[in-house]
Design a protein around this ligand. Structure first.
Ligand code: GLU
Length: 274
């Protein structure tokens, strides 16, 4: 049985980009007779708000997207992440890291993404509050066939270096939480936007280090862009839509009198654009 998920972060309201993603998630999964889970990705405790979570779930239901199980929330899953971390610890795959973002940036200011150079890898620092935890990555090349992009090759050790599992403030990181969740929830199909394509190799490797035999299948879809024709849209052509775009909030459209069918029709017209 195919199991997929819709995994919004409650750091803002549901926007049209979420709706397009939901159309892909439900559409591709249902077309294969699969089940869809909803997972509230509130691993970032500073930016997540209960108010956004309830609004996201309400708007999703208003649009008619129904999950096959009650939603789960990452902030309720600490014990699951602890257990996964213990497993990596038992294999001696983790180490404590005291580096700040600024320190890491200063080593490698020009790289395309923040790449951890392994500064603390050999220091045997003690795990304690105020210190992060990283997992040692293999140097391997990760190969996977994306359902839209075809064969992909990524070397996470060169893209991002040893992955942060828990940051210095005690927050579980996106990469770790999502990989543990996809494994623990039995997710076999991940349908998400192209902005996460570069994260996929590292998630596949991390899942393997955590003992997952078979990684999920992946489909990365185009991200929609802001266009001048978008209702009330103020942005120019070619800008990526983001949660910061107040004019794209579904609740604002609803408040302006849009029906759910109208929102869905609008989102459908954006599917495949990019
Ligand atoms: N929570 C992520 C987001 O809101 C999506 C994570 C994923 O699909 O892997 O962008």
């Amino acid at each position: 049985m195919i199991v997929s998920r819709f995994a919004p972060a409650p750091t803002g309201y549901l926007h049209i980009g979420h709706v397009v993603n939901a159309i892909y998630v439900w559409g591709v999964t249902r077309a294969r007779g699969g089940r869809v889970l909803v997972r509230v990705e509130d691993h970032d405790r500073r930016r997540s708000r209960a108010e956004f979570e309830s609004a996201l779930l309400l708007d999703l239901a208003w649009l008619g997207f129904a999950a096959d199980e009650p939603p789960v929330r990452q902030s309720d899953r600490g014990a699951i992440y602890e257990k996964a971390l213990d497993r990596l610890r038992a294999e001696e795959l983790v180490y404590a890291c005291g580096c700040s973002r600024g320190e890491i940036l200063s080593v490698n200011p020009s790289s395309a993404e923040l790449r951890y150079p392994g500064t603390c890898a050999g220091k045997a620092l003690r795990e304690q509050p105020g210190v992060g935890v990283r997992v040692r990555l293999e140097r391997s090349l990760e190969r996977f066939a994306d359902l839209r992009h075809g064969l992909q090759e990524q070397r996470p050790s060169e893209q991002c270096g040893d992955l942060l599992v828990r940051d210095r403030d005690g927050n579980w990181t996106y990469q770790f939480a999502v990989t543990v969740d996809d494994d623990e929830q039995g997710v076999t199909l991940v349908v998400r936007g192209d902005d996460l394509l570069s994260s996929t190799g590292r998630q596949i490797q991390l899942a393997r280090l955590l003992g997952r035999a078979e990684p999920p299948q992946y489909l990365h879809h185009p991200l929609i862009m802001k266009t001048p024709t978008f209702a009330g849209g103020s942005g120019g052509r070619g800008q990526k839509l983001s949660k910061a775009d107040g004019d794209t909030g579904i609740r604002e459209l609803r408040a302006a009198g849009w029906t759910s069918s109208k929102v869905m029709a609008h989102a459908m017209a954006l599917v495949g654009s990019g």
